[in-house]
Design a protein around this ligand. Structure first.
Ligand SMILES: Cc1ncc(COP(=O)(O)O)c(C=O)c1O
Length: 376
């Protein structure tokens, strides 16, 4: 083996050598024209990617910090927040709002299923915020963001989407009327971990201005003031932003439509391969994510993940929470292409055979995946 792993995790994801090299710059002041240019470039590119004119706040933290920034600036103590929970990260989103003292109403749906819209409709009355995870990384479900936003607005609430693992699926922030989007660098943006972003509509900014602030590091007013000067209140992760700027150039030169179409094709090829191996998605297939597949592997997840990594240098992940032993999660986002999908399917098949799982013929999965790429 070459000693080079193929990273197919649901994050962090593989980063190109060129993007890594873009980080290799000397440092400079984050309160000067050079940083202002970097800030402005990244902001415009994120807007293009998300289809929004919203304001972009640069938060130096992993994705959880972006979620906490949103929760602490949007929900005052005792204010009603409806959180749609259908997976591990949605439960963390709920916990972020609980931590800032919001009066949280949970709309629970089964893991693997999308958010139950009729239940949301019944329970969203009087809410200030309706929050959900767009792409649930624990289950591989994509929620119906536009419909959730429509329900939120019909009740006079703002809509927040954690889109940390969703980049690569179609996402139209302004056309879908989403008020707040949270992103992080290490998933579909194909950049090392270290920065998150909160994008806000004018209405969300207005709400954040009025909310009583309970955090100093995440105080919206400080971010708002600095954003006017294309700066951040504290020292940003300059190198990570350079890498992101480069990665966004790659995405935008591919074109957002082609970028999402490539994710869809890879996801379809991968799903076809799973079918040929007799495997099932954990997610309801009508809501399957194009960036992450969670695969049912009852009782065998750990063994297969270990074999894929040790024997074949393909790194994927087990399930989360109660499904740790029963689910394998594969990320197919960022720079993933046909070679990566075919290699991952090959490693999956061989690892299943080595562990005496399934009754397929070696090559069935790879053959199914390849056929997708030869379709006209
Ligand atoms: C949907 C979602 N939300 C939040 C997070 C937390 O992000 P981080 O680990 O960067 O703090 C993750 C991480 O996997 C995620 O997938």
């Amino acid at each position: 083996m070459k000693g080079e792993e193929l990273v197919m995790l649901p994050g962090p994801v593989g980063v190109s050598h060129e993007t890594l090299l873009a980080m290799a710059t000397s440092m400079f002041s984050h309160r000067g024209p050079k940083f202002a240019k970097l800030y402005s470039d990244v902001r415009e590119k994120l807007r293009s990617l998300l289809n929004t004119n919203g304001e972009v706040y640069f938060i130096t933290s992993s994705g959880t910090g972006g979620v906490e920034f949103s929760a602490s600036n949007l929900a005052g103590p005792g204010e009603k927040v409806v959180v749609c929970t259908n997976g591990f990260f949605a439960e963390r989103l709920r916990d972020s709002f609980l931590a800032v003292g919001a009066d949280v109403t949970e709309v629970q749906s089964r893991w693997g299923e999308p958010v139950d819209l009729s239940e949301l409709e019944k329970r969203a009355e009087g809410a200030a915020i309706v929050a959900a995870v767009f792409n649930e990384t624990s289950t591989g479900v994509v929620n119906q963001a536009k419909k959730i936003a429509d329900i939120a607005h019909s009740k006079g609430a703002l809509c927040l989407m954690d889109n940390i693992s969703g980049v690569g699926n179609e996402y139209y922030m302004d056309p879908w009327n989403i008020d707040v989007t949270v992103l992080a660098t290490q998933k579909g943006l194909a950049t090392p971990p270290g920065s998150s972003f909160v994008v806000m509509s004018p209405e969300a900014r207005e709400k954040a201005r009025k909310t009583k602030k309970r955090s100093y590091y995440f105080n919206f007013d400080l971010y708002e003031k600095q954003a006017a000067d294309l700066a951040t209140p504290a020292t940003p992760a300059i190198s990570i932003l350079y890498a992101l700027n480069h990665s966004l150039d790659q995405i935008l030169s591919e074109g957002v439509e082609k970028f999402t179409a490539r994710h869809h094709q890879n996801a379809e090829a991968f799903r076809l391969a799973l079918g040929a191996l007799g495997l099932n998605l954990f997610a309801n297939k009508n809501y399957a994510s194009d960036t992450i597949s969670a695969i049912k592997m009852p009782g065998n997840a750990r063994k297969v993940v270990e074999t894929m990594s040790k024997r074949f240098e393909v790194v994927v992940s087990t399930g989360l929470g109660q499904f740790r032993e029963d689910v394998i999660r594969v990320g197919h986002m960022g720079r993933v292409d046909m070679k990566d999908i075919v290699t991952t399917v090959g490693a999956l098949e061989m690892s299943m055979k080595l562990n005496s799982i399934g009754s397929f013929k070696l090559g069935d999965g790879v053959s199914a995946a390849m056929s997708k790429y030869l379709e006209q």
